[in-house]
Design a protein around this ligand. Structure first.
Ligand SMILES: Cc1ncc(COP(=O)(O)O)c(C=O)c1O
Length: 444
């Protein structure tokens, strides 16, 4: 049997259709783009069409495509040693763990490396349960925490349904979604201010049974929901009062996405456990981590840590993450995210003045959501919750039109997620905003 070499686009698509099972989709409705390359903020297809990536793929290619320093680091490490098991110590793993302790806030100090975000969350809830001796985890509805058994149960969005009943012990609270506040957003709002709603849930659940609260610091896929100032601090205080651990899922919000190194840095809150992946090395090689604070690191020292992965701390992944963090520091990439975030926010607010289909724009850094409505007064969503097929057609049409104009957009029901690579320039942002302006006219 010979390997087929030099496949043309048609054959690539054919083989993909026959042999590749794609995530979260109806296979026979798919027509994946055949991508042949990428550079900076752009990727291109086999037909020679170039696309400005306004989504950083799955909000992970934060540094952009083919960053020379990161590519060189992978190459150099591959020349030296491509793999070594987790029981060994290795230069790249040790150095990355040190760097993570340096760039993360407070006393977050020790990392357990994973292949991605879901595994980081699995390990976080396992450790929280073990440390506290309690079994319940409070998670939120408008959330995504990964596709593995525990992480998909933590997930609040409908992707959870197919995996139910899932793991026991997950209880849920509502989100500080001020635009559609489930409590009607009275002032002061019990849900959006954090503590009153969480306290009420703990009262029913019994705080002595709750190991951890897990939340996305800024909700990503489920609509870029930025908590009001004070929310995170109040959740932290409630957790502390009851001996409950706070786990912040920074898989999407971390590593400069929000204009600070981590989402929590916007409110000076330090969680007990932070989970990261995506922007840690822009997915050049799969990598995630559960990063724990000093209290947990000290506690775990003389215990048997019942967790492991064959590829934990893979040396190619670690080498790429070190190079990426160095590039972030040398090139001021977090600062660029903050500065370009201002430009993007201003541009989106400008579009809102022109387009009645925009109900709200919200975000921080280069992490913005554009929420589309049928009517600004009633706030009726342009497409319903969990829309698919025909019901999703207006947003699908908008995304397709943007693609035809050379801009790749990520959409989630009635929200356009604008999350370009953090290295984006003002001119590139203008290009993306210009196309958004054109395609929004299709749904006004
Ligand atoms: C906030 C958040 N947590 C966890 C995950 C899961 O990460 P992974 O797909 O790397 O397992 C994602 C993925 O989109 C995410 O956005």
């Amino acid at each position: 049997m010979a390997v087929e070499a030099g496949l043309d686009a048609k054959r690539i698509a054919e083989l993909d259709k026959q042999h590749v099972l794609h995530s979260w989709s109806v296979q026979n409705q798919l027509q994946p783009l055949v991508v042949t390359g990428g550079d900076g903020r752009y990727f291109w297809d086999a037909g020679g069409n170039r696309y400005l990536d306004f989504a950083s793929q799955l909000v992970n290619v934060s540094i952009g495509y083919q960053h020379p320093k990161v590519v060189a680091a992978i190459r150099e490490q591959a020349d030296k040693l491509t793999t070594i098991g987790p029981p060994m110590a290795h230069e790249t793993r040790s150095e990355l763990a040190r760097l993570l302790a340096e760039v993360t806030p407070g006393d977050l100090t020790m990392s357990f490396f994973t292949n991605g975000g879901a595994e980081a969350n699995e390990n976080a809830i396992k450790l929280a349960r073990w440390y506290t001796g309690r079994h319940k985890i409070v998670a939120r509805y408008r959330s995504y925490h990964g596709a593995t058994g525990g992480a998909i149960t933590l997930t609040g969005d409908p992707r959870r349904w197919a995996a139910e009943p899932g793991i026991p012990g997950v209880v849920r609270m509502l989100d500080p979604y001020t635009y559609r506040c489930p409590a009607g957003h009275p002032d002061p709002c019990p849900v959006c201010s954090g503590a009153p709603h969480l306290e009420e849930i703990l009262q029913y659940e019994g705080p002595q049974t709750v190991a951890a609260v897990i939340l996305e610091t800024i909700v990503g896929t489920n609509g870029i929901i930025v908590p009001p100032d004070g929310y995170l601090q109040s959740i932290r205080e409630v957790c502390d009062r009851h001996g409950i651990l706070l786990i912040c899922d920074e898989v999407m919000a971390g590593f400069g996405r929000t204009g600070k190194w981590f989402g929590v840095d916007n409110w000076d809150v330090v969680p007990d456990i932070m989970t990261v992946a995506k922007g840690i090395n822009s997915g050049y090689v799969p990598l995630g981590a559960m990063i724990i604070n000093r209290k947990l690191a000290d506690w775990v020292q003389d215990k048997y840590f019942a967790g492991g992965l064959t590829y934990s701390g893979h040396v190619l992944a670690c080498a790429s993450a070190i190079a990426s963090i160095e590039a972030f520091q040398e090139e001021g990439i977090v600062e660029n995210s903050a500065a370009m975030g201002e430009v993007l926010g201003e541009g989106l607010r400008g579009l809102m003045e022109k387009h009645p289909s925009i109900g709200e724009v919200r975000g921080k850094g280069l992490f913005w959501g554009v929420e589309l409505v049928k009517d600004r007064e009633t706030r009726e969503p342009l497409v319903p919750f969990n829309a698919a097929g025909e019901a999703f057609a207006p947003v699908a049409k908008l995304a397709k039109a943007a693609m035809e104009r050379g801009v790749y957009l990520m959409t989630h029901w009635n929200v356009i997620i604008c999350a370009p690579p953090l290295t984006i320039t003002r001119e590139e942002l203008d290009e993306g905003l210009g196309v958004l302006d054109e395609v929004l006219s299709l749904v006004d």
